[in-house]
Design a protein around this ligand. Structure first.
Ligand SMILES: [Zn+2]
Length: 125
């Protein structure tokens, strides 16, 4: 693994794209997550110590609960307005819930990690 300098990186990706693809804040490689919503300890491409940059572990649980409440309210509104069959509700909401929670966690963790990375890069001379 070779360490790349921050000045080598041009055009950091937007947060939405970085969260979706799991892009490293330094090199832009898709190495940010080792599991669907678990940040890797180190970028396997540039060697950036991602574990040292990760923050907000406790808030991730609150975010998951908040997302669940919003999804429950939407599901309740769909149930009262459209009254779809139960099997259709289950077939729709199970994958949507998993997908939305995972993406919300990825976006949350990517936002905090990128902010931490930019703060740290700003501190270096
Ligand atoms: Zn990297």
């Amino acid at each position: 693994m070779t360490e790349k300098r921050a000045s080598d990186i041009k055009g950091q990706p937007g947060l939405l794209r970085a969260a979706l693809l799991g892009l490293c804040p330094r090199c832009g490689s898709p190495t940010l997550f080792e599991a669907s919503a678990r940040v890797a300890l180190r970028c396997s491409s540039c060697g950036l110590d991602l574990g040292a940059l990760e923050r907000g572990g406790r808030l991730a649980g609150m975010l998951t609960a908040l997302v669940a409440i919003v999804l429950i309210l939407i599901a309740y509104a769909v149930e009262t307005k459209l009254r779809p069959p139960l099997w259709l509700q289950a077939a729709f909401w199970a994958p949507v819930t998993v997908g939305v929670v995972i993406y919300a966690l990825r976006l949350f963790k990517t936002t905090l990690l990128y902010a931490s990375f930019e703060r740290r890069e700003g501190d270096e001379p």
